[in-house]
Design a protein around this ligand. Structure first.
Ligand code: DAT
Ligand code: MG
Length: 159
């Protein structure tokens, strides 16, 4: 008889993570990177940029008709952001769990937004929500590509 497992097969993914201007201004970059590192994800790209209007519009194009869009553009282009690519099994959903829901007041303690946020717009961090959006965002923010390297400690992260 075939064994039908309910456990989905995990796949190696890379997700686009970005500390937004409020997170940078509040000095939370190290705290946020530490949480991803301690979880067991592998960093494969990192840089600080001041987003142009064009890249911000492209990144948030899906929200362009929403009433909060002009404010979101002003916020994201207001200062430096820290762009990162994190690799791991199911890294897209794992990162979203670490980040928590959009509104900090509704995010559980233990999540980044739950521990440090009190608002919807100022929510400190972006994380890709699916494989196609992750690929789109990684190509947008890292046209130079990502690093391929072996992190020895990964052999103690996965059985
Ligand atoms: P998330 O960042 O949790 O994926 P999203 O993709 O729905 O959330 O929205 C992108 C960003 O836009 C979000 O981080 C903050 C802002 N935003 C979303 N909904 C908003 C709202 N109703 N009012 C103000 N800002 C909002
Ligand atoms: Mg989103």
């Amino acid at each position: 008889m075939p064994c039908l497992s309910a456990i989905p097969v995990s796949i190696m993914e890379t997700t686009y993570i970005m500390v937004k201007p409020d997170g940078v201004q509040r000095g939370l970059v190290g705290e946020i990177i530490g949480r991803f590192e301690r979880k067991g994800l592998q960093l494969v790209a990192l840089k600080q940029v001041i987003p142009t209007e064009e890249i911000a519009r492209t990144h948030y194009a899906v929200h362009s008709e929403r009433p909060f869009f002009p404010g979101l553009m002003k916020f994201i282009t207001s200062g430096p952001v820290v762009c990162m690519a994190w690799q791991g099994k199911d890294s897209i959903s794992v990162a979203r769990l670490l980040i928590g829901p959009t509104n900090g007041r509704e995010a559980a303690p233990g999540t980044i937004r739950g521990d440090f946020g009190m608002d919807m717009g100022f929510n400190m961090i972006h994380g890709s929500d699916a494989v196609d959006t992750a690929n789109f965002e990684l190509n947008l923010w890292f046209p130079e590509g990502l690093n391929t390297w072996t992190q020895d400690s990964q052999t103690w992260v996965y059985e």
